[in-house]
Ligand binder design. Structure first.
Ligand code: SME
Length: 177
């Protein structure tokens, strides 16, 4: 695997990152996310991944995680405004993602029955389950203040990230309690 630091160095022609902002980073987002998953502490890793997504995807008003704990979804590391701390499995886009164990790419959240508006500015949402041993253990959740913000390619990128997070969860022996 090409490491993120090598990518930063090489893509900047040998100039350290702070001096080089010319390369679009988006296409390397999964490589960056994998590099953050080398971190052994789960919260530290997920915190940097939420920041990484927020930096690389434009037009977001929220990017972060919900973790499955004690029979509900509990707020995890995120970037953005304050958000709902607890979401029941039968509520919202996040609840549907959990129940279906399937990504929810919602072009217009106002047309989604039961959408939970943590931020009234939100207009579209992408929620992707992290599946470990057949169980949804967490979700990546992204919100945008623009309708139709999320593309099929971005859904695939976040699904690849979710798979990498699931692999790291097992590799590091992370737990959710
Ligand atoms: N909109 C989500 C709630 C979480 S916030 O977007 C951060 C939902 O409907 O489940």
């Amino acid at each position: 695997m090409l490491s993120y630091s090598f990518y930063l160095y090489a893509s900047c022609g040998g100039v350290p990152k702070p001096l080089c902002y010319t390369e679009p980073m988006n296409k390397y987002i999964n490589a960056q996310i994998r590099s953050f998953l080398e971190e052994e502490d789960m919260i530290a890793a997920l915190a940097n991944i939420s920041a990484c997504i927020n930096e690389n995807y434009d037009r977001l008003n929220w990017a972060g995680f919900y973790l499955v704990k004690n029979g509900e979804l509990v707020l995890g590391p995120f970037q953005g405004k304050t958000a709902c701390s607890h979401i029941p499995f039968d509520k919202g886009v996040c609840g549907k993602c959990y129940r279906d164990k399937a990504s929810q790419r919602i072009d217009d959240v106002e047309a989604f029955p039961g959408h939970i508006a943590c931020d009234s500015a939100s207009r579209s949402e992408l929620c992707v389950p992290v599946i470990v041993n057949g169980e949804c253990i967490a979700e990546i959740d992204l919100d945008s203040p623009f309708k139709n913000r999320f593309t099929e390619d971005e859904q695939k990128e976040m699904e690849e990230a979710a798979k990498d997070i699931a692999d790291a969860f097992l590799h590091h022996g992370w737990t959710l309690q």
